[in-house]
Ligand binder design. Structure first.
Ligand SMILES: CC(C)(COP(=O)(O)OP(=O)(O)OC[C@H]1O[C@@H](n2cnc3c(N)ncnc32)[C@H](O)[C@@H]1OP(=O)(O)O)[C@@H](O)C(=O)NCCC(=O)NCCS
Length: 385
């Protein structure tokens, strides 16, 4: 299998593989998919494996930044992994994702993330479950009851795309969020131009929503707000649809403020899908993320990573004054030992006791107990890609 960059001329073949892998797509989705390809193709972020003129495998690597404790870390969003049905089970999938991770590293990504259709396949490549994407369903009536002052909003157009991206980023930074992606203004321009959702921009908040295809529900794709006033105001806009929409479905953080604003909430209806993480450059990933104020630690760590060998080695993890460092060290018998999966889960704030009892982390001494405070987070996702 020869791996090459995907060009516009290859998109029909890529779409054919995609339909064979994920099922039919309607005309609007195809149009939007082609426009989204324009965001990755020029950067060499979509690759395909060919056997002569037969397309075997594809992968796209979105250029994202993922928030970790309020700091944005360059992240490759792995998507559209397909192998032609007749070529599956012969190593092509592993080969194309390995090449994609290499490409991602070359483009400066220090993490990779994805929404898996199969856990086992991605675990074999060093990914581990890191967080959830929560879709919460609530009766629209519950939102109508919110008391809200009117907030100043304007309808966002494609020309507002940069401002939409910046406003979302500011809210995640100030909230010290972990997990959501910064997809940049170019992405929002495509969404606002192609899909024409109802989009509103407030000074410190963004609301993007639309009707469900069957017209029974309002689907909130994004509602972030930097203050109580804006949260109430934007949710009240959604809730104003209660006379015609029975339910509201929203992608939310599990601790999104709206869940503490609504008057009734006895039984949350949450659909949670998993996303996985891989660390591509351990020292940079530690350096670029945020840490809680007041946390300090110095912990010896041994990483074994057969795929991204630059991660392999003995390191000292130091965290102080909100900054982290991972620096080469000499071998220490008291070091915490992780492979790429343990490293990813640790980075995502999976508790130490879980990591130990699931065999993802070994060794360490009393100093390693601080890892829970160092990486503690409740990562979530707001985008499916
Ligand atoms: C998932 C997919 C990409 C795997 O490609 P593939 O070429 O068949 O996989 P490989 O032969 O490279 O397999 C690599 C490893 O993953 C394992 N694996 C592959 N598919 C798997 C599956 N569906 N469930 C569990 N394990 C799987 C293989 O057993 C192999 O394990 P091993 O290294 O221990 O032998 C391919 O089946 C496909 O295109 N499926 C439909 C689309 C899809 O699900 N894409 C993933 C979207 S997130």
């Amino acid at each position: 299998m020869e791996i090459r960059d995907v060009t516009t001329a290859d998109l029909d073949a890529v779409l054919d593989n995609r339909v064979r892998a994920f099922g039919p797509v309607d005309e609007d989705e195809v149009r939007s998919w082609r426009h989204r390809a324009d965001l990755v193709l020029p950067e060499g972020r979509e690759i395909a494996g060919w056997d002569g003129d037969h397309l075997v495998a594809t992968t796209r690597i979105w250029k994202f930044r993922q928030w970790w404790q309020g700091r944005a870390v360059p992240t490759g969003g792995v998507a559209g992994v397909t192998v032609a049905p007749e070529d599956r089970g012969r190593g092509a999938g592993r080969k194309i994702v390995t090449a994609a991770l290499q490409r991602s590293i070359e483009r400066g990504d220090v993490l990779a993330a994805l929404h898996p259709a199969t856990t086992a396949f991605y675990r074999g490549l060093g990914f581990e479950h890191a967080g959830g994407m929560h879709k919460i369903t609530m009766p629209a009536e519950v939102l109508r009851g919110l008391s809200a002052e009117r907030v100043e909003v304007h309808r966002a157009t494609p020309d507002d795309a940069e401002l939409v991206a910046e406003t979302i980023a500011r809210v995640h930074r100030d909230a010290r969020d972990s997990g959501p992606m910064d997809r940049g203004g170019a992405y929002w321009r495509v969404v606002l131009a192609d899909e024409k959702p109802f989009a509103y921009l407030a000074e410190d908040g963004v609301l993007i929503y639309r009707w469900s295809k069957d017209g029974s529900a309002l689907e909130v794709e994004r509602l972030v707000a930097g203050s109580e006033r804006t949260a109430r105001g934007l949710w009240a806009i959604v809730g104003s649809g209660a006379s015609t929409a029975e339910t509201v479905r929203a992608h939310l953080a599990p601790y999104d403020p709206v869940l503490w604003l609504v008057g009734e909430r006895e039984h949350d209806m949450i659909d949670r899908t998993q996303w996985m993480l891989r660390v591509l450059d351990a020292p940079k990933a530690v350096e670029l993320r945020g840490y809680r104020p007041g946390v300090s630690a110095e912990i010896p760590v041994r990483i074994e990573d057969d795929l991204v060998t630059a991660n392999t080695g003995d390191w000292t993890l130091t965290v102080k004054d909100g900054e982290g460092r991972l620096e080469p060290a000499s071998e220490d018998p008291a070091a915490v030992r992780v492979g790429p999966r343990g490293l990813a889960a640790l980075y995502a704030g999976v508790p130490l006791s879980t990591l130990r009892r699931s065999g993802l982390l070994h060794g360490g001494d009393i100093r390693s107990e601080a890892l829970d405070s160092v990486f503690g987070a409740q990562p979530f996702a707001l985008d499916y890609y």
